[in-house]
Design a protein around this ligand. Structure first.
Ligand code: PA5
Length: 478
């Protein structure tokens, strides 16, 4: 895929600096070259596993090919987006987990931070909302700010069986019917190619509901670069070809089995090596409000993919790292005290912008108060970058592992790079632990219990199990 010039693409390259993970900077709290070299065999094996299984739907590795195999889909999405922008005042995504975190993340990363408050002439698309919960207050409040007839609802669910999403759909269906609006005019489904309830519903409408496919080999948390993320992004006027080109570019950079040449593999090795030494918490700390929800998206990717209790060989294990989102500089004033002086159980990943979307000069003033006056004449960009560097320095001085991903500037291309880097990093790390990175059996138990509590057919046994739990002791309730 060609995207601008090679020179431009190279100038947009996201780079990794992991000096602050090494003994040169952390003394005995850091990795020696020998220690990192000891991971070479495992890293090469993980690299080969991912390389050999790229694109295999049966292993849920179809996401590796998304930057390359969606030409027609992208063209179709761009057409749909154009008509959605023309016809609707509001665009609402109904979905949860992997079907919601990506759209939220891209919206926040690449649109105005107060997008919905801008007048229509200053927005590229309709007002945008993602409903990723079943909090009744949130649903009520959404309905207070949209007009159903003027709203396009994008229902995103691979299974079509997720209680949260289908509850939201039932609410919207009822609303549209009561308003006398033909459902097929205001609803778009993104779902499995053939299976699931959304396909059954679409069939009832004789194919009149527009449907996009969430491809077979793509799991929810790896789905941002397929129609799950591309349609909402296109509606918002985000350059979706740029997103995919950025992902392809990162893919091209990560074609080496050498840790020194493949940033995703290097990140995986650093994190796995750190986990093996008790760093059970991974902090993702962007110094950018636009990247706040990238940390959220990453948390799901990392937690749901790596938190597993059995290896691919059936051996018991309890692996994974608790991802924590933290926003620079905001969380310097809440969490960084813990990171610098608390337990040595964390690795901090900084996401650092080399250039922000705008400059904002700090005016001179308060000249008789030197404590304040020194700020005047600098820019807010200088301040946030200085605070980022200072926090990395303070952590390093305190012997705390941290590394930085430098982003030349934030745009669709560099966001695509970051998404693909994190997806590859996760696949490599999972392969190093020899686990199934792409399933989520631990989420199922809670889902089944919910079905039983709400009386879904086929869950009577589960209901009995829940009813037979010991009675709660009143003395433990204070
Ligand atoms: O990553 C995942 O697979 C999950 O978070 C799913 O995206 C989430 O449970 C929603 O599932 P579905 O798309 O089937 O409604």
């Amino acid at each position: 895929m060609s995207y601008k010039t090679k020179e431009w693409r190279d100038s947009m390259r996201v780079t990794l600096d992991y000096n602050n993970m090494t003994e040169t900077f952390l003394g005995d709290k850091g990795f020696s070259d020998k220690k990192l070299a000891s991971y070479r065999t495992a890293a090469t094996k993980a690299f080969s596993y991912v390389k050999e299984n790229r694109g295999k739907d049966e292993l849920y590795m179809g996401w590796t090919e998304l930057p390359y195999n969606q030409k027609e889909i992208v063209a179709d999405i761009l057409e749909t987006a154009k008509s959605v922008r023309r016809k609707f005042k509001y665009f609402v995504v109904l979905g949860i987990g992997g079907s919601a975190l990506g759209p939220i993340m891209a919206f926040n990363a690449l649109c105005h931070l107060h997008y919905n408050d801008l007048p229509r002439a200053k927005r590229k698309g309709p007002k945008f909302y993602v409903e990723d919960n079943v909090d009744p207050v949130r649903m009520r409040d959404l309905l207070d700010v949209i007009e159903p007839a003027e709203t396009c609802f994008n229902v995103i669910s691979k299974s079509g069986a997720t209680s949260e999403t289908m509850t939201q759909y039932l609410v919207i269906l009822d609303l549209l019917k009561k308003a006398g609006v033909p459902v097929e005019d205001n609803v778009i489904f993104t779902t499995d190619a053939k299976k699931g309830n959304l396909n059954k519903i679409a069939a009832e409408y004789n194919g009149k509901i527009k449907c996009y496919v969430l491809p077979d080999g793509v799991g929810g948390r790896f789905s941002e670069l397929c129609p799950v993320g591309l349609l909402p992004a296109a509606v918002l006027g985000i350059d979706i070809k740029g997103l995919l080109a950025g992902a392809a570019y990162m893919d091209s950079i990560c074609r080496s089995s050498s840790i020194a040449k493949n940033p995703a593999l290097a990140c995986a090795v650093l994190q796995v090596a750190a986990m093996n030494e008790g760093k059970n918490v991974g902090v993702m700390m962007p110094y950018s409000d636009n990247l706040k929800y990238l940390a959220d998206w990453y948390c799901q990717l990392w937690a749901e993919s790596l938190g597993k209790n059995v290896t691919l060989d059936g051996m018991p294990c309890n692996v994974g790292q608790t991802p924590v989102k933290s926003l620079g500089v905001t969380d310097q004033h809440s969490q960084v005290q813990l990171y610098t002086e608390g337990p040595y159980d964390k690795v901090v990943t900084f996401l650092s912008l080399k250039k922000y979307a705008c400059e904002f000069p700090i005016p001179h003033g308060c000249e008789d108060i030197p404590d304040v006056a020194f700020l005047g004449g600098h820019t807010m960009e200088e301040l946030i970058q200085a605070e980022n560097a200072a926090t990395a320095y303070a952590l390093t001085k305190a012997g705390r592992m941290n590394y930085t991903l430098y982003i030349p500037e934030l745009n669709a291309f560099t966001l695509g790079e970051l998404l693909f880097l994190f997806e590859l990093q996760t696949a490599y790390a999972g392969a190093m632990f020899n686990i199934d990175t792409f399933n989520q059996p631990g989420v199922e138990e809670g889902k089944k219990a919910t079905f039983a509590l709400l009386g879904k057919a086929g869950y009577a046994e589960k209901k009995k199990e829940l009813d037979s739990l010991p009675e709660k002791k009143t003395e433990y309730i204070v």
